[in-house]
Ligand binder design. Structure first.
Ligand SMILES: C[S@@+](CC[C@H](N)C(=O)[O-])C[C@H]1O[C@@H](n2cnc3c(N)ncnc32)[C@H](O)[C@@H]1O
Length: 416
């Protein structure tokens, strides 16, 4: 086992690595945005949610002379802080009714986690916290049963921080999404470890086949000429397979560079709802994700795209320069996309977001701004949810609808 993740009986904490810090920061930022946006209705007085940490570890790390929270404590404190923050602005108090399920298959890690919780004044029999010793997959049926028994919509976040890529089968993720409507998964996946150790024989193994790795995939990977581009394209192909085989509608990769191992790790966010993906995308921009996918940020497709081999310089990252580029790309790409989905009638903005959500690095706000520009340029007309025309320049919302302008315009007449 990697020595940076060993919690022994002597109580010594493992030293935290930079990429682990970053991973936990991403998790924390995501949870903050999640809670800040999930309860929109001021009349709502309760939020039921279960947070599952399927690979919880021992709860804390050493960072020089300081102690740093591990993922179980990040989950607990994110909920405690959200409860305070959200109630500051509310007349009707909101209760976050959260349950926590922590799983680890190392007995010593479970013991360390219990010690850590106790030292932070969580009672051993705290009814909100369940700790399982054993593998995540073995405990998954009991976890799902626990959630569905009391939560109709199954609002839950699964943080699945495996070491490599073999402890969370795609079938487990499909089971989560099939069982719980409002579930989200944040999956750690050692994407470069998988690629670096691929052998011809891997194509025969179900472990690899579940990620779409077959003989053709392996031979394309081995024959790569340009290391950076070949790796980026193969990572992309793998992401597309993981997305397709996970049963999730939305997929957002967040790349973390491990200096110790000299390789990329992927933290993927998987969800069934566009709003959830939009929240994760907000974290990408905030944290300047080092996911440099090949190609434009405006509209793209994950998955292998041979044409990108010719455009080695077109890597996209989440910088301010890219944000400007992204707006320009969206201005050019959206009209034809809207026309394609619209089929001549009206198009709800919510549907547009759901259609293009996986294929853009733009957040909903970025897309609203571009739509607003297109409306001001009379390329589009915007109707409110009750069908009233909106003045160009007014704020656009997810419930609005788009129609083509009565007069043909530059974009639409040029393209169709
Ligand atoms: C990367 S560490 C987790 C770190 C922790 N999530 C954090 O951020 O503080 C992975 C943990 O998963 C545990 N583990 C390994 N295989 C497992 C499995 N199949 N099911 C559950 N836990 C497992 C290990 O014992 C280890 O504590």
């Amino acid at each position: 086992m990697a020595k940076n993740f060993i919690w022994g009986p002597d109580g010594r904490l493992p030293h935290i690595e930079d990429h682990t810090k970053r991973k936990l920061e991403v998790l924390k930022s995501y949870l903050d945005i999640y809670f800040d946006t999930v309860v929109r209705n001021p009349a709502q007085d309760r939020l039921n949610i279960t947070l599952v940490d399927g690979f919880s570890g021992g709860g804390a790390y050493a960072d020089g002379a300081e102690t740093r929270s591990g993922s179980p404590l990040v989950l607990l404190s994110a909920v405690e802080q959200a409860a305070v923050r959200l109630n500051e602005r509310r007349e009707k108090p909101l209760k976050i009714n959260a349950r926590f399920i922590f799983v680890d298959d190392e007995f010593e890690h479970v013991a360390a986690l219990r010690r850590e919780l106790k030292s932070r004044d969580y009672a051993e029999d705290d009814p909100r916290i369940t700790i399982y010793h054993g593998t995540f997959v073995d405990h998954l049926p009991a976890i799902l049963q626990k959630i569905t028994k009391t939560q109709i919509k199954g609002r839950s976040i699964f943080f699945l921080d495996q070491f490599g890529y073999s402890d969370v089968p795609m079938s487990a993720i499909r089971t989560i999404f099939n069982s719980l409507d409002r579930s989200e998964v944040v999956l750690n996946f050692a994407i470069d470890s998988l690629l670096n150790y691929l052998q011809d024989a891997s194509a025969e193994l179900e472990l690899y086949r579940q990620f779409g790795v077959d003989a053709r995939f392996i031979s394309d990977w081995k024959q790569r000429k340009d290391e950076k581009m070949g790796r980026a394209l193969t990572q992309r192909a793998l992401m597309a397979h993981i997305h397709a085989n996970s049963g999730a509608k939305f997929f957002t990769p967040f790349m973390l560079w491990s200096r110790t191992d000299n390789r990329w790790m992927m933290l993927a966010h998987l969800s069934q709802h566009q709003a959830a993906r939009d929240k994760m995308l907000g974290v990408h921009w905030q944290k300047q994700n080092s996911f440099t996918h090949a190609g434009p940020g405006g509209l793209f497709n994950l998955g292998y795209d041979a044409r990108l081999k010719e455009s080695c310089d077109s890597f996209f990252s989440f910088s301010e320069i890219d944000r400007t580029k992204l707006s320009r790309e969206l201005i050019n790409a959206l009209p034809s996309e809207i026309h394609r989905i619209m089929h001549g009638g009206q198009l709800e903005i919510g549907r547009l977001l759901a259609e293009i959500g996986n294929r853009t690095a733009g957040t909903n706000e970025d897309i609203f701004e571009v739509l607003s520009e297109l409306a001001q340029a009379r390329e589009l007309e915007v109707l409110s949810s009750i069908g009233r025309p909106k003045r160009a320049g007014t704020k656009i919302s997810i419930k609005d609808r788009l129609i083509l302008p009565s007069q043909p315009t530059l974009f639409f007449s040029k393209k169709f």
